[in-house]
Design a protein around this ligand. Sequence first.
Ligand code: FES
Length: 145
Amino acid sequence: MEINRRHFLCGALLTALGATSATVATAEGALANSGIKLLPNGSVEVTPSVIKALNKVGGVAVIGEVNGAPTALVRSGAKKYIAIDMRCTHADITVQTQASGFYCKPQAGGHGSAFTKTGAVSQGPADAPLKKLKVTAKGKKLIVS
Ligand code: FES
C-alpha cells in the first residue's frame, strides 16, 4: 500500500491523540471515534467529550488543519474552548505543544518563541500572539472555523 500525505497526516494525528489502530480513518475526512471530523468547507467538527486531553480545564488537543491552519483546541473553562492557529507569528513555523502552552522549537526550524495556552507571547522573538480561530458550539460538538 502506498502511503500518501493524507495517510501520513492521519497517522500522525492519531498518534498525537493516543489513538489505537481501531480508530483508523473510515471515511473521507472522518476519524472514527477520534472526536474530530474534517468538514467539506474546511472547518473541523470536534466532540470534546471523547478527547481525553480535553477532559480537564487547561487540556490541549491538536485537531489537525482548519482551513489550512494547523490548529490546537484548548479547554479554557468548564464549557469554554479556544482554538489556536499553531503557526508562529515570528516566521510561520508550526509550534509544538508543551505543558505551559506552545513552543517554537529551534530543532523544527523555529527560533525559541513560547506562548501561553491562550496564545500570548511569553518569550520572544515573536512579538504578536498566536491567532485564534472561531469556535461555535453546536450541541455537544464544536465547529472550529
Ligand atoms: S518562527 Fe517561531 S520563533 Fe521564529
